[in-house]
Write a protein that binds this ligand. Structure first.
Ligand code: ADP
Length: 458
């Protein structure tokens, strides 16, 4: 890394189908934006190519204008350009209406739509004379960039570009991921422990020599309790108790919870099997038994799971009125208020490539309670069990964690967390201050990516 400052800056183009905050479904969208901003801040040129969905949040796009059009794939591709969070973004609009379907995912031809997008993106790069050093593609959805590039575009005036492929979740689109792993110059996944957990997978195991785990960060400007329009009082680690109490009160008021002095547990998640649904349900009941309050913000792509939670919400809202609220929707502003107003954020995932919620939680002084897996293992260090592991990395312990998938295992973490809140409040408040002061930004991981970009060019 020492020599980086002396060599030429790179031009990186991300081809992605999610981008926060204009087209975010999960962590992939956050990473595309925040990694790009961090790399750009280090002096490199970054562009992002994204589909022009009809459901884009255009109010976050500045200087939006038509850039160029070209005929391709039996239709016309209209390219728009704009700035999102200070990043240069090209939006591809296909006149065949492929991205005018009201959502990012969720159509039965998602695979075809995204492959069409990847191909159009490469065609745009070629035709417009952009000559990137690095093409960075993500997950199954932009995996086709890797093989399309190597088979059709590498020799077509784009010879000097190298492909980086990042796996944010191996659970989806294994076939596309397998094809990208073969063709990409370097591959990454989003934490060291997840990279080890998936290393025996047949699509990965043959490529370990070019496969690296780099933990995700969060953007400290986009998640900043000192500068956040969605919370009532700005705060830093110096006035964390005041700031969080105000946020808790606002959250209780907004969701019709009692304004009482009890521990408040927050859960912000896609409701999928990955996220440990039985453990989430268990934690709700257990917290209520301990006289705590619970706020869950989550939505389920699977209607059966969504209905199951609607039933649970109806049951809980009447049996434990004023103490629990399940908000079964996607709501970015509310998520900020929960991160700030909760005492704990639970992440009991069965597997978790990195996980961003625990990192955002800490930025807002909420204590993570997590299952020891993937990136959760790499970023959360149990106050009782992981002191040495944390110290070997120059960190102090920062949360509660557990192993296994049983509810009693989860209780081991949850009980200690709630009990610390009731019985060791001063210690607990110091812990909130401490987690806010830890650096889970892209400062270090962005350097790792840049080093990898240079390594790909050797
Ligand atoms: P994944 O990518 O598997 O969904 P991550 O933890 O990597 O999980 O990222 C989740 C991101 O999505 C976080 O920024 C989190 O705050 C956000 N998020 C998840 N569910 C919701 C929701 N219902 N409303 C608002 N934000 C949500």
């Amino acid at each position: 890394i020492g020599g980086i400052a002396k060599v030429a800056p790179l031009h990186i183009i991300h081809v992605a189908i999610e981008m926060a905050p204009i087209a975010k479904v999960g962590g992939l969208g956050d990473v595309v934006t925040s990694l790009s901003r961090a790399v750009q801040d280090l002096g490199h040129k970054v562009d992002i190519i994204l589909p022009k969905y009809d459901c884009l949040k255009f109010n976050h796009v500045n200087d939006f204008h038509h850039h160029v059009s070209f005929g391709w794939g039996g239709t016309e591709i209209k390219v728009w350009h704009g700035k999102v969070e200070g990043l240069s973004v090209y939006f591809l609009e296909s006149q065949n209406g492929m991205f005018d379907v009201g959502c990012v995912y969720g159509r039965n031809n998602d695979g075809d739509r995204f492959q069409f997008f990847c191909h159009a993106a490469l065609e745009f790069i070629l035709q417009s004379g952009l000559r990137p050093d690095i093409l960075h593609c993500h997950d199954w959805s932009s995996a086709p960039v890797a093989w399309l590039f190597k088979e059709h575009y590498k020799h077509d005036g784009l010879a000097s570009a190298r492909v980086i492929f990042t796996i944010h979740n191996l659970e989806y689109g294994i076939h596309q991921i397998g094809k990208a792993m073969i063709y990409t110059d370097k591959a990454t996944t989003v934490s060291y422990t997840y990279s080890k957990e998936v290393s025996q997978n047949p699509v990965i195991s043959a490529h370990l020599y070019k496969f690296h785990g780099i933990v995700n960060g969060i953007d400290p400007d986009l998640w900043d309790p000192y500068n956040d329009n969605f919370i009532p009082v700005s705060y830093t680690s110096e006035n964390v108790v005041v700031g969080k109490n105000a946020a808790k009160e606002a959250l209780q008021k907004r969701l019709g919870l009692n304004n009482s002095n009890h521990p408040l547990i927050g859960i912000i998640t896609r409701l999928t099997v990955q996220k440990g649904i039985h453990l989430i349900k268990h934690a709700i009941w257990r917290t209520l038994e301990c006289n705590g309050q619970v706020v869950l913000l989550g939505s389920a792509p699977d209607p059966r799971i969504q209905n199951d939670f609607i039933n649970l919400a109806n049951q809980l809202h009447s049996s434990h009125s004023g103490r629990v609220r399940l908000c079964l929707a996607y709501d970015e502003p509310l998520s900020h208020l929960i991160y700030a107003g909760a005492d704990f954020i639970l992440v009991p995932s069965l597997f978790e490539p990195c996980g961003l919620t625990q990192l955002v939680a800490m930025r807002y002084g909420s204590i993570p309670v997590v299952r020891k897996t993937g990136g959760l293992y790499d970023t959360v260090f149990d106050v009782d069990d992981d002191k040495e592991r944390a110290q070997s990395l120059g960190l102090e312990p920062n949360g509660f964690s557990f192993e296994g998938t049983s509810s009693s295992g989860f209780d081991y973490a949850l009980n200690r967390a709630i009990s610390a809140w009731y019985h060791s409040r001063e210690w607990f408040n110091l812990l909130c201050k401490r987690v806010m002061e830890q650096d889970w930004s892209w400062n270090r991981p962005a350097l790792d990516y840049i080093e990898l970009y240079y390594a790909a060019r050797k």
